[in-house]
Design a protein. Structure first.
Length: 158
């Protein structure tokens, strides 16, 4: 049996724009990885994502300038995603391990950690350079500690 409200709604849907975002491409690419590679090479265009809402828990951002190396963030991290370089007063966050719970951002008294808006974190290599977050930790770079290819166990200092 036809129901008039349902028919009216169907007709409205026929002539309205899609509610979904065609991100990352207008038509589903055969391989998203290949598509992103083409975007990086400037051979394809990515449809812009929708904006993220306030309080969105995206990829962690780290500002090393005020970090004291207190290791509180590492202590509360349930994913063992933070390595502390206590002697250098800085940390390394492994985004490939992070579950974006936000606990580290809440305990950091120096506001050195915040949840960013980046959500494109899918990767085949969880230790790829863009998955290792060290901010502008000049001290770490000078010492080479944050440049290790393979991290040891996630949390070094507890
Ligand atoms: S990021 Fe914050 S909580 Fe973590 S070691 Fe630095 S100061 Fe401490
Ligand atoms: S957001 Fe959660 S899982 Fe990610 S580094 Fe912080 S405490 Fe660890």
């Amino acid at each position: 049996m036809f129901r008039l409200p349902m028919v009216a709604r169907m007709m409205r849907q026929l002539f309205s724009k899609p509610a979904t975002n065609p991100f990352p491409a207008r038509h589903l690419p055969r391989s998203v990885t290949e598509f992103l590679q083409l975007v990086a090479e400037g051979k394809a265009h990515m449809v812009a994502p929708v904006g993220t809402p306030q309080g969105f828990k995206g990829k962690i951002e780290y500002e090393a300038a005020d970090c004291t190396g207190c290791s509180l963030c590492a202590r509360v991290c349930p994913a063992n995603a933070i390595e502390v370089h206590k002697e250098l007063k800085c940390i390394t966050v492994y985004a490939g391990h992070c579950i974006q719970c936000g606990q580290c951002t809440e305990v950091c008294g120096k506001s050195s950690l915040v949840m960013g808006n980046e959500f494109l974190t899918a990767t085949r290599d969880r230790y790829a350079p863009d998955m290792i977050i060290e901010g502008d930790a000049v001290l770490c770079e000078l010492a080479g500690i944050c440049q290790d290819d393979e991290p040891t166990e996630a949390v070094a200092v507890k």
